[in-house]
Design a binder for this molecule. Sequence first.
Ligand code: NAD
Length: 249
Amino acid sequence: MRLQNKVALITGAGGGIGRETALLFAADTNAGPNEEVAAAVNAAGGNAIAVTADVSKAADCEAMIKAAEDKFGKLNILFNNAGISHADDDDAITTSEEVWDLTFQINVKGVFLGCKYGIPALRRAGGGSIINTASFVAIVGAATPQLAYTASKGAVLSMSRELSAIHAREGIRVNALCPGPLYTELLMKYLNTEEKRQRRLVHIPMGRFGQAKEIAYAALYLASDESSFVTGSEFLVDGGITAAYTTPL
Ligand code: NAD
């Protein structure tokens, strides 16, 4: 029981990484996913409620933290995982201001607001673990242009570092989880032909996309006390993509 008696809030739990994490945490803890995922968590022996929130809205973030505390009495783990990759995100010339602003509203301000209302809750619980989903593109540029997304994930990574330093002595750990390219809807709706997928796979030493579940296992480690000396990290789970500029074929 790696998360016994702990309460976790996972944003973006309706699909992909968030859904898999909710299901993985289920045996051990309480979570806050959407209705269908909450039902699956409860069926698996966990104890979950669904909270609908737009993470870019302060009132929603305040309400989702309050819902977790009201229902379960405390909050120990905050997984700021919700994020978007906009279909019209491109290079500097082509990307519109609207796409840039929306991406930052959700990917960056969403993490900020989660922390703004979540950190006081973690304090009330005597400490805790925050996991912010960044991306491998926070460390290396993407081979196919998605400038707003890449910049937003860089912001999540640097925000996480500073948060980790500020809150370390009150027992709050903050880590940036940096997934590599995954076989989830978020990515596959762009890599929608075999040619595009192969173009990306060339860069991944393992020669395959990751699965959301493989990120969920990393989140479980960062959420649990097994990672009690891990804070401020850029926790890469990326099939080796950032370790090599090319791959032997
Ligand atoms: P996904 O699209 O399956 O899941 C993202 C979730 O966030 C969805 O449930 C969506 O409804 C939710 N969401 C979007 N906007 C929201 C908002 N304003 N408020 C609340 N929820 C919102 O994608 P995923 O692959 O599971 O992505 C999860 C995180 O992982 C994202 O932050 C993404 O940027 C990051 N990531 C994904 C990949 C990848 O290859 N899929 C790689 C690196 C990082």
